[in-house]
Design a protein around this ligand. Structure first.
Ligand code: GLU
Length: 310
């Protein structure tokens, strides 16, 4: 973003208007009943630069569950508590063309940490006394990196998913049967679902992204909140596997490492520059926010954000 603040703001507003062509397209996720309990045309955007500048639009304070974006936190915590080798012997690092909750991409292990089977695996590697303690660590990580203590467990979302999680239960038991982890599958799943149910907003999420874009350093600080070696793994996995089975095409169209969640949020990173969070709950068939993708594609062009075209 080598423009002044007014020009950046003008280009963002123009991009938002262009993205209105996606309004009404797609469906809100319904397999977790409580996710349906939203205004499907809600829209929010936040951009936080690595120097701490912020740009907020739409319902930027609106709370939503981060869903699969929590897979970043699960990986982060697993890499904090184990060596890279330990983590990546239990989970693969390759994209998959199967949907996020498919059992197919688990052969000897899950294809990557950003599908459900992979995040259930990384959740099993998070250390702590019990599920409460482990979840508190995950939530504290998010609060520390997002620079806000607002994040919390959205109890209604959590309970709704716990009641309807037969597929994820099957995945957890299957992984256990394959000897991927020794822990109790019910507890591993509980932790995974609690992380998915973390409530946040685009402001805090974009700040979290800006820290990843800032090599893991706190904004305007010299303190590293995430070691650079872990940032590099997370951002590269976002690029290759962050948008489910649409990851390759999305990267080609948008050119920013990103991670989406079925609540309709997408977090995009431009290394060295900024974190961008969009929220718009209507999803396409691959589980990605229709308007979110459209807007990120436009912003990538308007603000010259494509990491492959520099
Ligand atoms: N909690 C959701 C699930 O496990 C997360 C899926 C997602 O956002 O991709 O099904």
């Amino acid at each position: 973003m080598f423009f002044d603040r007014n020009e950046i703001d003008r280009r963002i507003r123009q991009s938002i208007v262009k993205s209105e062509r996606a309004i009404g397209k797609g469906e809100v996720a319904s397999y977790i009943p409580e996710l349906l309990n939203v205004d499907s045309d809600t829209f929010a955007l936040a951009i936080t630069s690595t120097t701490g500048d912020t740009y907020y639009y739409g319902e930027a304070d609106k709370e939503f569950s981060i869903q699969s974006i929590s897979k970043i936190l699960d990986l982060l915590a697993a890499l904090h508590d184990n060596t890279i080798e330990e983590v990546y012997t239990k989970v693969g690092s390759e994209p998959t063309s199967y949907e996020f909750n498919s059992l197919v991409p688990i052969t000897d292990r899950a294809a990557n940490p950003f599908i459900n089977a992979g995040a259930i695996t990384t959740s099993s590697m998070i250390r702590g006394l019990d599920v409460d303690d482990k979840f508190e660590r995950v939530l504290d990580y998010y609060k520390l990196i997002s620079g806000s203590d607002k994040a919390r467990l959205m109890k209604d979302i959590y309970e709704s998913e716990m009641e309807t999680s037969v597929r994820n239960k099957a995945i957890a038991y299957y992984l256990k049967s394959k000897g991927i982890f020794d822990e109790n599958p019910e507890e591993v799943l509980d932790l995974y679902i609690r992380s998915c149910s973390i409530g946040s907003n685009v402001k805090d999420l974009s700040h979290f992204g800006a820290v990843l874009a800032n090599k893991g350093y706190g904004l305007n600080e010299t303190k590293d909140l995430i070691p650079e070696s872990i940032v590099s793994i997370i951002v590269s996995q976002m690029a290759s596997c962050g948008m489910y089975e649409n990851s390759g095409r999305y990267l080609m169209d948008v050119g920013m490492p990103s991670k989406s969640g079925v609540s309709g949020a997408i977090l995009a990173i431009v290394p060295g520059l900024c974190g961008i969070a969009v929220y718009s709950p209507r999803l396409d068939k691959t589980g990605n926010s229709v308007r979110g993708k459209e807007l990120l594609k436009i912003l990538s062009y308007e603000l010259d954000l494509n990491i492959f075209v520099r």
